[in-house]
Design a binder for this molecule. Sequence first.
Ligand SMILES: CC(C)(COP(=O)(O)OP(=O)(O)OC[C@H]1O[C@@H](n2cnc3c(N)ncnc32)[C@H](O)[C@@H]1OP(=O)(O)O)[C@@H](O)C(=O)NCCC(=O)NCCS
Length: 213
Amino acid sequence: MEKMPYQPHLDQPAPSAISSNWRDALPVLAGKIVTLRELELTDAPALFAMLTPEEVSRFISPPPTTIEGFERFITWARAERAAGRYACFAVVPHGMNTAVGLFQVRQLEPDFATAEWGFALGSAYWGKGMFIDAGEMVVDFAIETLGVRRLEARAAVVNGRGNGALRKLGAVQEGVLRRSFFKNGQHLDQMLWSILSEEWREARAVFGRGIVH
Ligand SMILES: CC(C)(COP(=O)(O)OP(=O)(O)OC[C@H]1O[C@@H](n2cnc3c(N)ncnc32)[C@H](O)[C@@H]1OP(=O)(O)O)[C@@H](O)C(=O)NCCC(=O)NCCS
């Protein structure tokens, strides 16, 4: 059978625009106040200290409970990146060498057309603009490098900061996933948020930044 010629879709990057180098190693992305880079095994003690306190972990999937557990997570994250299914960035504020949080993106279908992202920062670093700085770079990376067309996020409805941060970045609230998240013996409702590549690019073209409201 004769092969169909390639037909570009306006809302999808041409295949050549999607880099596959990230599978070898994640790029270093420099923002205004933070740098994003690949997780290193040496990040385990800092991430343990940043992400295990109750105020950080109460609305997210349980993080590892030991430094060794974080080392295993980092080894897993790098293997999943090499397999092309997942990307996890460490957040390092300018002027520091240690990670204060992480942003992750995982594919929900092969080739990342639909993906889900999540993020957490140590509480001492909340409210300082690091979420927006890192978040914009991660969404750009997801759309322009991974080829994501629809980026989903789930946040427990009671997670004021998580939902506030997503709203601020321009994510669109789609609905409530009833009793979808089991945490501390309770089934919590979650808000489903999405960012579409065409909306993100349009906002970038007009404002030079994300859809920040
Ligand atoms: C989610 C997280 C990375 C956001 O980073 P952050 O630095 O706290 O985010 P920001 O302060 O930039 O933005 C949060 C916004 O929510 C707002 N907010 C805070 N509490 C709120 C509440 N109860 N209801 C509504 N909005 C709230 C803040 O005012 C802020 O908006 P503003 O800058 O316009 O004032 C961080 O809070 C975190 O790591 N939380 C723990 C892990 C987590 O919950 N991850 C998200 C899973 S979806």
